[in-house]
Design a protein around this ligand. Sequence first.
Ligand code: ADP
Ligand code: MG
Length: 684
Amino acid sequence: MAVFPNKLPPSSLAQPVTTLWGVGAERAAQLARLNIHTVEDLLLHRPRRYEDRRHFQAIQELTTRDPTLTRGTVVAKGLKRFRRGGKSVFELVLSDSSGRLHCRWWNLPFMEKYFDVGDEVVVFGKLVGLKPRTMDHPETEVIEGGEERFVHFDRITPMYPLTEGLPQRWLRALIWRTLERYEKDIPEPPYPCGPTKEIGVVETAPPATPLSSRAQAVRWLHFPTALEEGEFARRRLALDEFVELQQRLQTRRQRFETKATALPCGGEKNRFIKPFLARLGFTLTAAQTRVLREIRRDLMGPHPMRRLLQGDVGSGKTVVAACAALMALESGFSVALMAPTEILAEQHYASFRQWFGALPIPVELRTGSRKTSESHPSGTAGTDADSCPPSLFVGTHALLTEGFVLPNLGLVIIDEQHKFGVVQRETLVRKGAYPHLLVMTATPIPRTLGLTLYGDLDVSVIDELPVGRGQIRTLVRSAAQLPRVWKFIRQQLSAGRQAYVVYPRVEETDGGSVKAVLHEFENVRQQLAPFPLGLLHGRLAPRDKEAVLAQFRANQVKVLLATSLIEVGLDVPNATVMLIENAEQFGLPQLHQLRGRIGRGGGDAYCILITATETPAARQRLRVLEETSDGFRIAEADLKLRGPGELLGRQQSGLPRFRFGNLVEDLDLILQARDWVARQRSAT
Ligand code: ADP
Ligand code: MG
């Protein structure tokens, strides 16, 4: 992501690094591996940490707890080669006035040539032993005199990410020289982010120092004079990134609104919705009703709807989608509903056929393995809108097939939106002439992510579950407790309930450290005999998947052994027990989704998480699920623990890469960027 937005970088910053003194072809290739191609890239290469080389810990005071910075003079060195296997250890003994420190490097014999007795060395590391004080593989730098000493020592020194063959000190000197020369060319932003105060953390900053200067921020990034300055600089540059992103999002949105006039999809006298709701068998929750009002306002509005519907697992998003669809259908438009798996598409198809059965609405299915054609005998919808009554098309990615025409498309609904990319979403939308768009997700997205990823969408939230749901009790257990767990499941099955047993893998890999569904089938069959078992995983043919699911729904199969394939959407109310093996392999939101498959009827439900690793950290993480059923809190916990990529699933999340922005911590900056961009827009 370009970080100096709003202006092309002046040509001097856009120059390739090879124009810099001392950068030849070999160094340029190394820098390229760090994604440094231009002078600008180099100036924005972010240190991974800083060393305060104005203060050192005495060797005597070092501990085994935290890595610390120390220094000493080399008093001895030696390389020992072991007879067997070509292994070696190089050892350096340093001394300061307080004591001695042994530094060891295993199997790196060439380290020997970097040090001489008498050298002054800066060392960063953690003790592995106290008698003698020993560090393994610390980071080191030999202090040299000369003119560059003030770049590397006696200051807060940046430590950069490196690549093989690229010395820390060479890179630091290069950045120093480049900054000296090009600092004046760094363009200032067109927006006022004023004195440091405006971007947060300022109280401890030197009050007179304005951070509005981007050039100042870049200098602080590399060579701060106080440790806080590094963080100020990061936040200042992160703000630039967020501004650029918000500009992109808001431009997209605006371009869309000026171009597109909305199709009138607000419905007609509730002629479908009324009978639909009357036959539904339950009343909508207040939250569902509120969201529907928001949707209807959009469907009647001047611009096509672009709305994200967020609602925890089981909050009843499908019914809301059905009502939205009915509004468009009442108005005479067709609707497309896309789901990420065939299983889910089939399930929606079945529900909607049942729901819309008494209404004059054709419901079609289109997946990779099955295409119905109630209203279109040819199997594909025709191009002639008149010949085709307004219909609902349910499907998977197969809906996106080129050449597949969705005539008279008024509304696009995407279920489990986080499983799709922006491109797929837009491909479906482009099958119509600016249809309305409703995307749904159960992955509760922390606010920072929502603003970043979905900044161009309006958001509706279903924040209550239908009444009459039983409690889901979640229990974390170790593998040793499995016999008791099986006994418990047998009791539940005897009482007429059904169960899921979930595994992280289809087949065993890496020596079977993680359980696999194919491998465990026989074992579980014995444990739970005589109850009939079904098997569901991604490698089955679609027909077989459907067959086993049909049996499970019909309560012929009592226990479904599955992979996380069942994570999205599946709705079988009589299933009230879920056992998840190797739960530590899953992310928290994924476990929450999985667990959302149970507790859909009345009565209590049980989710049992088996962990193979007994580390306190793994246990602690899963505890979150024992403690809360609030998907939002779970997602935030996961974001803190694992970062945004994991939460969204790496694939196609459309998440930009930030050099400086931090989606866990920078909510205030994201809001500031968004408001600033919005104010700009309304001013022009
Ligand atoms: P999700 O939001 O996870 O997609 P679903 O739409 O699958 O949830 O709904 C879960 C279950 O709750 C379904 O069986 C659905 O019929 C039922 N349901 C939805 N809304 C209500 C309601 N207002 N009252 C009772 N049950 C409801
Ligand atoms: Mg759903």
